[in-house]
Design a protein around this ligand. Structure first.
Ligand SMILES: O=C(O)CCC(=O)C(=O)O
Length: 271
């Protein structure tokens, strides 16, 4: 893995709120990631999470409009908890070091991983923010998005609004059917220029969870598979949002409690 970040890359990320890293995985690593994710997804039998029966494509109480959202992508979370190969990939401290450096934090925990699989003819991913969905409110939380297939203009590559992370808040317009719903909340970006980030399989991008981003429709008869991981800076505390936590986990948490359960949110790197 091409995991060494230059000061220039870190500076670009901090300014733009996203960073493309080409040729992140070599051919052998890409083949292992694909094998791991394929196996993990098959083992799930359509269940979104290891600890719930909610199926991908069904209403999960987090993303509404399941009729539409179910055809944006198949979304399978926390595969690291149910598959040993994905676990090996996700707990790699080299990934943690990259995320820590980009976040500018002392350490980083996994919030959740997710496979995002756009099937042939899938709907676009509407412009949205990530962090307002999560159970902590940290402006430097971020995600890695690794292309397992070439991500192209035709099959649903990512798009970002550069620098938007400096002005957005934790107000959440969600990810609905309307591509432009985010601009009702953030009208200052209505005229902003977006940037498409097509990438070859094995390349990756990082983005701040408060950077406005989305993805195109899949206008092809092939799959656009991505493996992603959302990272929580070490020291983050519970904000009262359930997100992917179970009812039992939430019942044990008070607002302000440290999110430091190693079983749920392992610390994968600390300075
Ligand atoms: O893969 C997609 O279509 C969207 C990805 C995304 O929004 C994310 O990784 O935060």
């Amino acid at each position: 893995m091409n995991t060494i970040l230059s000061p220039g890359q870190i500076a670009t990320y901090k300014q733009q709120g996203y960073l493309l890293i080409e040729n992140f995985l070599n051919a052998e690593e890409l083949s292992f990631w694909r094998e791991a994710v394929t196996e993990a997804v098959e083992q799930r039998g359509g269940r979104k999470l290891p600890n719930s029966d909610a199926k991908t494509g069904e209403d999960d109480g987090i993303n509404k409009e399941s009729d539409y959202y179910g055809k944006v992508f198949d979304q399978l979370l926390n595969l690291w908890q149910s598959n040993e190969k994905v676990r090996k990939i996700m707990v790699d401290e080299k990934l943690g070091k990259m995320a820590t450096e980009l976040a500018g934090s002392d350490g980083i925990r996994i919030w959740h991983d997710q496979a995002l699989i756009k099937r042939p003819w899938a709907n676009p991913t509407s412009w949205h923010l990530d962090t307002p969905f999560w159970s902590f409110s940290e402006r430097n939380a971020l995600s890695i998005w690794v292309a397992l297939d070439d991500a192209t203009y035709e099959n649903g590559c990512l798009y970002f609004i550069p620098g938007s992370c400096h002005k957005t808040t934790f107000q959440n317009p969600g990810i609905g059917k309307n591509m432009d719903a985010i601009f009702d909340v953030y009208p200052q970006f209505l005229k902003a220029k977006s940037v498409a980030v097509p990438m070859k399989a094995g390349s990756c991008s990082f983005h701040n969870g408060l950077t406005i981003h989305g993805a195109g429709a899949n206008m092809t008869n092939g799959f656009r598979r991505a493996m992603t991981c959302a990272y929580m800076p070490d020291g983050a505390t519970f904000n009262g949002i359930k997100n992917i936590l179970t009812d039992e986990q939430v019942s044990k948490l008070k607002i302000g409690d440290l999110l430091n359960d190693e079983e749920q949110n392992p610390l994968i790197y600390h300075k």
